[in-house]
Design a protein around this ligand. Structure first.
Ligand SMILES: *[C@@H]1O[C@H](CO)[C@@H](O)[C@H](O)[C@H]1NC(C)=O
Ligand SMILES: *[C@@H]1O[C@H](CO)[C@@H](O)[C@H](O)[C@H]1NC(C)=O
Length: 313
């Protein structure tokens, strides 16, 4: 037992010194939690690998290292409480989260170390690799949901962004708000994805990874509408895509859904992100539901007629 911990600790030290760590969102409901070796890797960091100029089969849900073939353990889901919040741990390595070593190597920050609240590095913060100079420059991250229980049936159109957190990634524990009207998932659960596109500070890459998830306490039954691609609309908010939006797919060999050129308002090269520049408002995305006259409305009308009928009789 002790020897095993020592070994794990040695591995942790090595990782800390030799690799420039990137970031992922950790939770028992995630794919690739234990790595891809088939045994439980307490210091795994497969899923933090950035995605850049890859074919879609490789970048989609972090397929490149086989992560989509390593689902969470049976019964493990990222639970999304309708109208409330859920938390994940953003970190460079599972060893720096509460999922490993009883959280012994976790700090308030994604890499297990400590930094000032007003951490600011004008040449970009590299430890942890936040791809930002300071909190105000952190681009934003998002969660999306697909009402498909089979990960092979998740598509860019049915994977819709339902929550955005501005100025993240930043600290380890990060919370996201769930729309109150998010409907329940099918029997086998839903699939969710976490994603991030940094605002400069290094390779213009993106991050995407999969989770098994389910909505708890759902009361609404209006379905989530198919997602449309977001567009760059910093210069003219009236151009923003409204309603249900896809995640951002950028700078890959194929499968991209956004293209930008030139400079943003601050004079930096445009970098699509989960913030107002691409029409994403902060928090729960409450405008993603199908407004087509649906089942629910017809049922409500029927119920009304029914109760009126009872009153007369
Ligand atoms: C990951 O490893 C843990 C043991 O630490 C085990 O309980 C769990 O079932 C494993 N998860 C998967 C998906 O294999
Ligand atoms: C954050 O970084 C940006 C870009 O370097 C800089 O303009 C801004 O003043 C910084 N803000 C703080 C609070 O340090």
């Amino acid at each position: 037992m002790f020897a095993r911990h020592l070994l794990a600790f040695a591995a942790l030290l090595q990782i800390g010194t030799v690799t420039l760590a990137h970031l992922a969102a950790w939770h028992d409901g995630m794919y690739c939690r234990n790595g891809t070796s088939g045994t439980d890797e307490a210091n795994d960091y497969t899923v933090v690998k950035p995605l850049y100029q890859l074919p879609k089969k490789d970048w989609w849900l972090h397929g490149l290292d086989g992560c989509t073939k390593f689902p969470p353990a049976p019964g493990k889901f990222l639970e999304l409480p309708a109208g409330k919040e859920f938390a994940v741990e953003i970190a460079s390595n599972r060893g720096k989260t509460s999922l490993s070593f009883n959280g012994r190597f976790a700090s308030n920050w994604p890499d297990g170390n400590n930094y000032p609240e007003d951490y600011n590095v004008p040449s970009c913060i590299a430890s942890p690799n936040l791809h930002a100079q300071n909190n105000s420059q952190a681009a934003g991250t998002a969660f999306a949901i697909s009402y498909q229980s089979d990960i092979e049936r998740v598509t860019p159109e049915n994977l819709v962004v339902f929550s955005v957190k501005y100025h993240t990634p930043w600290k380890r524990v990060t919370t996201y708000s769930v729309p109150a009207a998010l409907p329940a998932c099918p029997e086998g659960g839903c699939h969710c994805a976490w994603a991030w596109i940094p605002n400069g500070c290094g390779q213009p890459n993106m991050y995407q990874q999969a989770f098994r998830c389910k909505v708890t306490g759902a009361t609404s039954t209006s379905p989530v509408a198919p997602g449309k691609p977001p567009v760059w609309c910093e210069d003219d908010p009236s151009k923003c895509t409204t309603g249900a939006k896809q995640m951002l797919y950028w700078n890959q060999q194929d499968g991209n859904n956004i293209w930008v050129q030139g400079l943003d308002k601050s004079g930096s090269p445009k970098s699509p992100a989960y913030n107002s520049k691409c029409g994403f408002f902060e928090g729960a995305q409450n405008d993603i539901f199908s407004t087509a006259p649906g089942k629910e409305r017809r049922c409500a009308a029927k119920r009304k007629r029914g109760s009126a009928g009872r009153r007369v009789s």
